[in-house]
Ligand binder design. Sequence first.
Ligand SMILES: Nc1ncnc2c1ncn2[C@@H]1O[C@H](COP(=O)(O)OP(=O)(O)OP(=O)(O)O)[C@@H](O)[C@H]1O
Ligand SMILES: [Mg+2]
Length: 225
Amino acid sequence: MIQLEAVSKTYEMAEPLTVLKGVSLEIADNEFVAILGASGSGKSTMLHIMGLLDRPSSGSVHFRGTNTSALSDDDLSRVRGESIGFVFQSFHLIPHLTVAENVELPLFYLRAARRARRDAAMECLGAVQLGHRADHLPSELSGGERQRTAIARSLVANAPVVMADEPTGNLDTKTGDDIFDVFRRLHEDGRTVIVITHDVAVANRIPRTIKLSDGEVVEDTGPCS
Ligand SMILES: Nc1ncnc2c1ncn2[C@@H]1O[C@H](COP(=O)(O)OP(=O)(O)OP(=O)(O)O)[C@@H](O)[C@H]1O
Ligand SMILES: [Mg+2]
């Protein structure tokens, strides 16, 4: 499904900053993976590269058998739109669109009909217990509700791969458990699910864990059968 080969990422600054250092790993179809590591260890950077939101400085990324370095930015966006639902650490909701419109957005880009978009959005908002806030603006939501909106948006296009950066980070235990259940069900339904978490209790319930330290994989419980 996703294969990283000697992936490094260096941010060009006055003093170049290498935040991923030769990461190689493979994630198979329908795996459920947790990414762990201290703040600043490179988790978000690695997930953005896996999610085709960013390119590595060196090394290669294969997504479903295709070497992505050969793809143009447009091709990359298309593959991403069709195949990957992404929950950003900072949500990235559009402030002037309602909750339902934000959730519909990936389907808008895939040119789905208005009614189908709305129905799918409402179904995903139901899955994160947020149907009653469909017509609110993001500024009228709590932090946890914004997070759940971002999760609903990642589910709406039925992408085979869902990636989430700290999806339970700002939530109370009960809501965090509900969100975890959403991801568990996605995995059971056959999707590939990759989540970053600081929460060891959450990670312990996920079959495979990959731990980063200072831009390197220091632990990988390996592909699960
Ligand atoms: N655009 C950028 N330019 C320069 N440095 C960056 C950039 N983005 C991230 N970094 C640096 O790269 C390192 C890794 O960042 P990253 O966001 O991947 O960490 P993280 O493991 O997700 O941390 P957290 O748990 O706090 O979210 C950090 O030290 C960060 O300051
Ligand atoms: Mg991060």
